[in-house]
Design a protein around this ligand. Structure first.
Ligand code: 4AZ
Length: 256
């Protein structure tokens, strides 16, 4: 996160940290994610560059995490991954990030996945017809870099506020032109002062509607971080409501 502030996971209790296990068993932070039901985490497809060959055993997910390099067993909940579902329409080799969305099924422990606490809870998904006006301000959170080009990620969870851009603005040649598909939208700050950055992808953008927070976007990509005319690009979650329901099952998600 560029230009934001340190946040506690209690104010973003659906945030998930996805780790990859190296051959030497080191846990390497890979991506953000969001808890949408007790056993399911929503994230970005590009977090799994091996696509459907990604090995479930090589990943784990921690909920309730404030700091990447510190473990607080009193609040954190860590799970293995039972299944990785990458959107069928995501093109791993392609140069565009269309359909950059994936689901992780958590491995239950003694019959249970995530247990609700002040640091762990699910986020609501918007209804497919929900649409927010350009200029609406929403919140992003993640453990990603505080500046493009840094070699290290943020030690702590951070948050920032970004404003939704009109699609025709983001598709203007001064911005991203035809790189923006109908499954994406852009958000940022005119001066680039707040943005998502490397390591934040897969994490949620949430917007407050009628005093409830809905996950409207998945942090996906952008050219650099915090640059004017180069806003953050997000996967449009409303377009995937049916896909998510089909994979997860209607029973277990909070619907707005
Ligand atoms: C990334 O590499 C990334 N400024 C995510 C978001 C943005 C740029 C890069 C948006 O994961």
């Amino acid at each position: 996160i560029v230009g934001g502030t340190v946040a506690t996971v209690k104010s973003h209790p659906w945030v998930a940290a996805i780790f990859w296990h190296s051959k030497s068993k080191e846990r390497v932070f890979r991506c953000g994610g969001s808890l949408i039901s007790a056993c399911w985490v929503l994230t970005a497809a590009h977090c799994f560059p091996d696509g459907s060959h990604s090995k479930e055993d090589s990943f784990s997910v921690t909920l309730g995490k404030n700091a990447l390099n510190e473990t607080d067993l009193t609040v954190e909940q860590t799970f293995g991954v039972e299944e990785i579902i990458i959107h069928e329409g995501f093109d791993i080799n392609g140069e565009n990030f269309n359909n950059d969305i994936a689901l992780l099924k958590l491995k239950a422990k003694r019959g249970k996945c995530a247990e609700e606490s002040t640091s762990v809870r699910t986020v609501c998904l918007p209804s497919p017809q929900q649409s927010l006006q350009p200029g609406f301000t929403c919140e992003i959170a993640g453990y990603g870099k505080e500046k493009h080009g840094l070699w290290y990620k943020s030690q702590y969870l951070r948050e920032a506020r970004v404003t939704l851009l009109a699609d025709d603005v983001c598709r203007h040649r001064d911005y991203y032109g035809n790189m923006i598909t109908d499954n994406m939208f852009c958000a940022g700050r005119p001066d680039g002062s707040q943005d998502a950055c490397e390591g934040d992808s897969g994490g949620p953008m949430v917007c407050e509607v009628d005093s409830r927070l809905f996950q409207v976007g998945v942090i996906s990509w952008g050219e650099g971080c915090g640059k004017a005319f180069r806003p953050g690009v997000y996967t449009r979650v409303t377009n995937y409501k049916r896909w998510i329901e089909e994979k997860v099952g209607l029973t277990s998600i909070s619907v707005g």
